[in-house]
Design a protein around this ligand. Structure first.
Ligand SMILES: [Ca+2]
Length: 124
């Protein structure tokens, strides 16, 4: 049995419960706190090294380099080899399909707000 995979599943299972407790905004703050715990303080991004160094805070200390690297690759949208805060938050949401379901409404709200602001700006 691969212990690392089990750990990761545990962490994903926590997210829906956290979402319920904290609400959308609170959860996003929590996830972004997670980012600060994992990031390379000098560069302000998550690198493979900083992820490896700090993985214990998320209960991911049993993950091997391969798994950490594939997490990083999975979340690295712009392909610069590191995770920005936004990339990290999106990855955390993607890792939990159930949470994604719950959070769709929050995201839609956020996106709608953004569009409304955008429209106001362009119409004035
Ligand atoms: Ca990136």
């Amino acid at each position: 049995m691969d212990g690392g995979v089990a750990k990761r599943v545990e962490f994903e299972d926590m997210l829906p419960a956290m979402a319920e407790k904290l609400g959308g905004d609170g959860l996003i703050r929590e996830l972004c706190n997670g980012f600060e715990l994992l990031m390379d303080r000098d560069r302000g991004v998550i690198t493979l090294e900083s992820l490896r160094r700090n993985s214990a805070v998320l209960g991911l200390q049993d993950l091997g380099d391969d798994e950490l690297a594939s997490m990083l690759r999975e979340g690295d949208v712009d392909g610069d080899g590191v995770l920005s805060q936004m990339e990290f938050c999106v990855l955390m949401f993607r890792l939990s399909p159930e949470l994604m379901e719950q959070s769709r409404a929050w995201f839609e709200e956020m996106v709608e707000d953004e569009f409304r602001r955008e429209r106001k700006r362009s119409s004035s």
